[in-house]
Design a protein around this ligand. Sequence first.
Ligand SMILES: Cc1ncc(COP(=O)(O)O)c(C=O)c1O
Ligand SMILES: [Zn+2]
Length: 408
Amino acid sequence: MVEMKNQKPKIINVQCVSCDAKYDIEPFRYQCDCGENLDIIYDYASISQKWTKQDLAKNPDRSHWRYLPILPVKNAPKRTMQIGGTPLIPFAKIAEEFGVSEFFVKDDTRNPSGSLKDRATDIGIQHATEMGENTIVAASTGNAAASLSALSAFYGKNAIILAPASAPKAKLTQILQYGATLFPVNGTYDDAFALSMKISEKYGFYSRSTGINPILSEGKKTVGLEIAEQLNWNVPDLIFVPTGDGCIIGGVYKSFWDLKKLGWIDKMPKLVAVQSEGSCASVNALKNDGKIEPVSSNTIADSISVDNPADGTKALRAVKNSDGFGITVSDDEILTAQKELSEKTGIFTEPAAASSFAGFKKATESRKIEKNETVVILATGTGLKDIPAAQKKIEIPEAIDSIENLNL
Ligand SMILES: Cc1ncc(COP(=O)(O)O)c(C=O)c1O
Ligand SMILES: [Zn+2]
């Protein structure tokens, strides 16, 4: 592992995404005084002097801790669950079928708890540890909570979870399986989020709530760092990102922004925010005056079902500053894309994660992609956590007791 002597000065400050106010990294604060979210700003000049692409190439650690010099914690944990280092898999046939130059799936279903959220949780738990915190509270549509529960079991932390009681049973089961304290909430994800904020304020617990804690988008950024490194620093033209709160797309944007500041890449990929038609506050804002108006969400893609995106400002910035676009897809388009993606790639995603493929398909129909462009879609979570959703496009055949009359 590359050692950066004296980690602390690597961060210059934290900066508000909205009013540009700047604060020291210590004492740690979640948000700006204006109520908006914060970015972590590193000392890129000094980091790039001590840490090069060649150093990185020599690092045998395949997990996301290989990017420690641009992560907001002092040390990597001594033992880890091997998070990140997920494959970026090319599918030439899909590229040919949809008329693009290259097509890749970044398969983050392979993280230990089955979703990209493990990246944010891992960095968040290390941050909590460095702050001396042992109890962590999170609101979640399901995956962030399952991730926090799993990693808390691994690192010996206490996890307190608030999730909509309507979340898929497998996700609620997963949370309890790892021994976390679960409070199912009678209401939406947004209601769970509000309650989690009250708990962390009242009891002083560390908050792993996506959308307010800047450390979490730094964790999610490791997916973008990996994509750039896996493509040998040839930035793809477009990345399709399933978008709910906006923390993942904000993190992906930050990864390429950081790499540009380090001088390791010279362009940004166009970032595409894919939302469900039934939950599209951010895409609406991109079409209108840029102001996010909350919606009343209703979609099968539970992980991106968000009324008022907590990281909406970062999501909009990611799309606008990368020259990307927003796109919405219907629940039926999502379920069709989910089945098709599995059949064409061997990757089984949940509906929210399949929305990136649905958005890609739709974008090729409306000619929003050029023939010579390279496309990456993020597969953000496994379909095994939501079998009833997949079963909407599947019929289990009748049982047989002989091989006669088989239609083979
Ligand atoms: C599988 C999956 N995809 C996409 C998202 C959306 O991420 P964000 O809320 O950061 O936009 C989530 C968030 O829960 C998720 O679990
Ligand atoms: Zn501010």
